[in-house]
Design a protein around this ligand. Structure first.
Ligand code: NAD
Length: 249
């Protein structure tokens, strides 16, 4: 029962594939109704949720456009009448050495990976604080701790996401709203396809993972259900590493 999400509505961003799609399906498997927001719609996520008898509504929106987020959030609330869980998953990565990193790449990454996370958390936070309960789960990264190579904007955004998780938890933990983050290790998705395609890099990363394999999107189903459910009610401002032991090495 601690993990049961029946009657809850989860808003998940970046659900057209990868980690967001798997987390939306995992939350639906635990009983939540899903509002799925992505820049591009995905019938496969909708079909997977409906196949298990779940409810899902899809909204197509570019979350990097800060001035549209209020109306996007209102549309999301109107789907099932409330939002109990927000999973801030949508994110992009731009790879270029720091000396040549363009201002556009920097700005695009910060707009989506950081600014949309704050603005959506603020909108959801107000909605949850009014009702005295809610769960916000941010998707951080190993680059919330480490520097990475050729991804300065991404690293800056993910360090900031870890800090924001703690900052909001300090303000809202006493008012029934839990905010935590998941830091995935190396997971096979579009986001990491260029690294997987680089045989030498892929091998050196795999060799360093104690679990001896990359993660799959399904590896996040359990952690996201845990952080979305009553099972984690006394967890606030925590960044949960789901990394096959990468950081323990
Ligand atoms: P992905 O590229 O497979 O999926 C990204 C999702 O975000 C897609 O659904 C896409 O439609 C959506 N999206 C992109 N731009 C958007 C925009 N402007 N507005 C709305 N939606 C937009 O990537 P992924 O690997 O599944 O990454 C999901 C999250 O996990 C990201 O925040 C990423 O930084 C993080 N992450 C991924 C890994 C990994 O190894 N794959 C590791 C750590 C953290």
């Amino acid at each position: 029962m601690l993990f049961d999400l029946t009657g809850k509505t989860a808003l998940v961003t970046g659900t057209s594939g990868g980690l967001g799609a798997a987390m939306a399906i995992g939350l639906a498997e635990a009983g939540a109704s899903i509002v799925a927001i992505s820049s591009s719609n995905s019938n496969s996520t909708v079909e997977a949720v409906r196949a298990i008898g779940g409810q899902i509504e899809q909204i197509s929106a570019d979350l990097s456009q800060a001035d549209t987020l209020e109306s996007v959030f209102e549309r999301a609330v109107s789907c099932f009448g409330k939002i109990d869980i927000l999973v801030n998953n949508a994110g992009i990565i731009r790879r270029a050495p720091a000396a040549e990193h363009s201002a556009k790449d920097w700005q695009d990454v910060i707009d989506l990976n950081l600014n949309s996370v704050f603005y959506l958390s603020q909108l959801a936070g107000r909605h949850m604080l009014e009702r005295g309960s809610g769960k916000i789960i941010n998707i951080a990264s190993m680059l919330s701790y480490q520097g990475g190579i050729n991804v300065p904007g991404y690293t800056a955004s993910k360090h900031a996401v870890a800090g924001l998780t703690k900052a909001l938890a300090n303000e809202w933990a006493g008012r029934g709203v839990q905010i935590n983050a998941i830091a995935p290790g190396y997971m096979t998705t579009n986001n990491t396809a260029p690294i997987v395609a680089d045989e030498a890099r892929f091998k050196s990363i795999t060799d360093r993972i104690p679990a001896a394999r990359w993660g799959t999107p399904d590896d996040l189903k359990g952690p996201v259900v845990f952080l979305a459910s009553a099972a984690s009610d006394y967890m606030n401002g925590h960044v949960l590493n789901v990394d096959g032991g990468w950081l323990a090495r």
